[in-house]
Design a protein around this ligand. Structure first.
Ligand SMILES: C[S@@+](CC[C@H](N)C(=O)[O-])C[C@H]1O[C@@H](n2cnc3c(N)ncnc32)[C@H](O)[C@@H]1O
Length: 287
């Protein structure tokens, strides 16, 4: 039988992933084949008629089998692109989502000076994107998972940002020296409700539970951040939180005013869903 060519295996894997309900079957087929062959997606397209050696086909088949069994493509390749940065990811961290780029874009419009803090940093994606955009900035990044801190530090090192992005291990603000103050605090905290978690897709269950779940209404970590943030913000500083698709109004209209005491602005993601709640403290809270 003729050897399988790149386009044949891509078509076959795309159809197979599509039947299994993956949301981006072609993209995932390409990402995994590129990884198996050591080629970029562009190089795949320029070598469509190249036949695959038996060994290459075996590697690709093994990846497809693991993907079918529920392993996310980013854990299989060990990489995920976020804000045009190539980040290392593995089972110790949440796979950065395109939605979270909304948080980065929202704060870049407003953050003009001074040190910043990224709570719940995971892979470090938000802190590293902000550091890349602002070459003078110094950022602290915190995660309660030691494994996540290791991944974030490794990403900072690979991107040459380790001197400007310091990663602290600990529980929210408790991880930090008490004298620190920030002009910007970001967080993409866990915000999945316990009952929602029971229904998440199997591949999402491969991600750390600690990165996803936050109590009965999903807002346990958000509440703690709102309750403590003002002590850590410089006058005029900003707190920006990513929240779940149905949480923006309760955070902006109820929790924020009650726990933090500043008015909120809500920003939508690329699909128009309200996803980022941003609070700006006044220059002098007593005035
Ligand atoms: C939704 S993930 C976000 C990761 C990353 N910022 C991103 O956007 O991909 C939430 C992260 O918060 C961390 N986390 C959960 N509870 C925490 C706490 N109390 N203090 C610090 N980090 C916490 C988890 O370990 C996880 O890495």
């Amino acid at each position: 039988m003729d050897k399988w060519r790149i386009k044949d295996v891509l078509n076959w894997a795309t159809e197979d992933f599509g039947k299994r309900g993956l949301s981006s079957p072609r993209l995932e087929a390409e990402v995994l084949l590129g990884f198996a062959l050591g080629l970029s997606r562009l190089q795949l397209y320029t070598s469509f008629d190249r036949p695959l050696e038996d060994g290459e086909l075996g590697v690709y088949r093994a990846l497809i089998a693991r993907r079918r069994a529920g392993e996310p493509a980013a854990y299989l390749t060990g990489h995920k692109e976020f804000w045009s940065l190539d980040l290392l990811v593995d089972e110790r961290v949440l796979i950065p989502r395109p939605d979270t780029e909304t948080l980065v874009a929202a704060v870049l419009e407003r953050w003009t000076k001074g040190p910043a803090l990224d709570l719940c940093t995971g892979s470090g994606c938000v802190a590293l994107a902000l550091a890349r955009e602002r070459p003078e900035a110094v950022l602290d990044a915190v995660d309660i998972s030691e494994g996540a801190c290791e991944v974030a530090r490794e990403n900072a090192r690979r991107l040459g940002l380790e001197r400007r992005v310091r990663v602290w291990h600990g529980d929210l603000f408790e991880a930090l020296p008490s004298r620190n103050r920030y002009f910007l605090i970001t967080a993409n905290p866990p915000y999945v409700r316990e009952d929602e978690y029971a229904a998440v897709q199997p591949e999402v269950r491969r991600e750390p539970r600690l990165a996803l779940c936050a109590g009965a209404d999903g807002l346990d970590v958000v509440r703690r951040i709102l309750a403590d943030a003002s002590r850590w913000l410089e006058p005029g500083g900003i707190l920006a939180l990513e929240v779940g698709i149905d949480q923006a109004s309760v955070v902006a209209e109820q929790l924020g005013p009650a726990l933090l005491g500043y008015p909120a602005e809500v920003m939508a993601d690329l699909t128009g869903r309200p996803r980022v709640v941003l609070f700006q403290t006044v220059l002098d809270k007593s005035s």
